[in-house]
Design a protein around this ligand. Sequence first.
Ligand code: SF4
Length: 635
Amino acid sequence: MTDINVKTLLEAAAPLIALAIEEDIGPGDATSLATLEPDLELYGRIIAKAEGVVAGLPVAAAVFQAVDNRIHFKPLVREGQVVANGEAIAELHGPAQSMLAAERAALNFLQRMSGIATLTQTMVSAVATTNATILDTRKTLPGYRVLDKYAVRMGGGTNHRMALYDMILIKDNHIEAAGSIHAAVQRARERYPYLPIEVEVRNFDELREALACDPPLDRILLDNMTLDEMRRAVQFAAGKVPLEASGGVRLGNVKAVAATGVDYISVGRLTHSVTALDISMEVSREPADETDQLRAIIRDAKARLGPRLIILGHHYQRDEVIEVSDFRGDSLQLSRQASETDAEYILFCGVHFMAETAAILAKPNQHVLSPDPTAGCYLADTATLSQAKRVWARLDELLGDADRYITPVTYVNSSAALKAFCGEHGGVVCTSGNADRVVQWALSQRPKVFFFPDQHLGRNTAYAMGIPDDEILLWRPGQEPERGSLEHARIILWPGACDVHQRFRPQHVHRVRAAYPGIRVVVHPECREDVVALADESGSTARIIKLVEASPPGAAWAIGTETRLVFRLQREHPEQLIVPLADIPPFCTTMSRITLGQVATTLEALLDGKLLNEVTVDEETARWARVALQRMLAL
Ligand code: SF4
């Protein structure tokens, strides 16, 4: 499958851009020519009108250039970056008539491509706790194949075959004509021995025949099977050949399809039913300096509130938010800072569970505020209190008394309610920096640990402690573990994952090592265990930063964690080579929600005597969550 880069993208886009300009502008934009002075220059900003993933900025820039090469186009975000509603994604300056003439064609490309990237990212997130990879199909707009598939990659998806020439996909009609799966595969291998082969099957007889091919096929496509059939097919194939689910996949069922255990899910609607991302262009005669205005508001509020206010910024926050923060750190460092400060107002620029932790540790006179209470955490949301209670009740039934045999441990990236659940059941909180110490302690209390909610951190920690695979059990809600495996297990894992860190895959490590010989790879332990096993180092965000800071000039690092931090390290350490581990580096959607505008709004309200978006935790929950946190801090 052909790799699409910006060069190939622009080559494919060039005739489409020419067509779009001819179609939309033709002999001239009559309105702009009539109403604007020929020598008038304008400043423009391209603004996202909804949260989404940006794709197609190089194509939009090429449209403006093609219309008038005096237009200066400057992207403000990167391809594949998540943007908030209202965020400026590019700015431009140039002749007014040309800018307005080019606007529609440029936005049409940008909106369509960003729409594809956004839907892809939503699908990829929906299956983040499974092993399934989201694929596109050939159901692209004629002529737009490369653009559509490029946009899928920007959303974190993976490209299926580019066209009929780069992979063999044997479907029912081919099988019918060739006489059997075996005959069709045989002929394909003789004619194109270098092409990968996938066979579509519709039932278990065909699956059996496809699995019997020797050497094994590269992939088998399960065509329009029910969830139950897919589950049985996964068991039947037993990992001999990767399986792809196809047919009728949509947002409402993609998670259930992934949970069957298939390796790939191809989704036609990523490109055949595109909903464009709402993006528009605003122009003015003077350059817009909105960011400077917001900075001034925040500066003024900080001066007026003095030591009564502290702004905490997580490392994954936007640069402009980090700039106005008094202290930056990872979740543990920020919680510590929150518990040590005497400031009356703690403005927490991070996700919800972090602000909750700060509220739990806060003194009675302190108020914790969040610039955006909708900034949750994908990982934390994978384990709710009611789910944990249901599992515990079932473990009570299976083991006799769960509290006697199991210490619940929750990663700090979890809700206050789950922390409280752990506190109440003799359990504890851990961070990515102390998980091994905490799990060691938990196993000294009771023979088993239930580790919430990040399966990868749990497994990576268990491996680092020398606990073998057969003593680790992944709890799958709805699927009863075998009694023997539960009794034998020392570590039981909740099947949660971070949708940012689980995107790093072994091929990223191989690719970056091939591109930069000698480079060292460091990843966060929320990454999958096959990635952590390949990396040179793994550690918390704080440890990754320390490693870079302690490295000499000329050191080379590929970093597998949230992309804003990686780019910041790149800027702050120009004496080293620092690159994101993945070619399409992932951004945390919810961390991206917090904008400078929201920080300014929260502070303006505070100056008016209003506590906007105060984060509170009820006393009973806070009491038990504090117990779990304090158990950790005492270790
Ligand atoms: S990076 Fe992952 S764990 Fe961190 S806030 Fe985002 S979703 Fe949650």
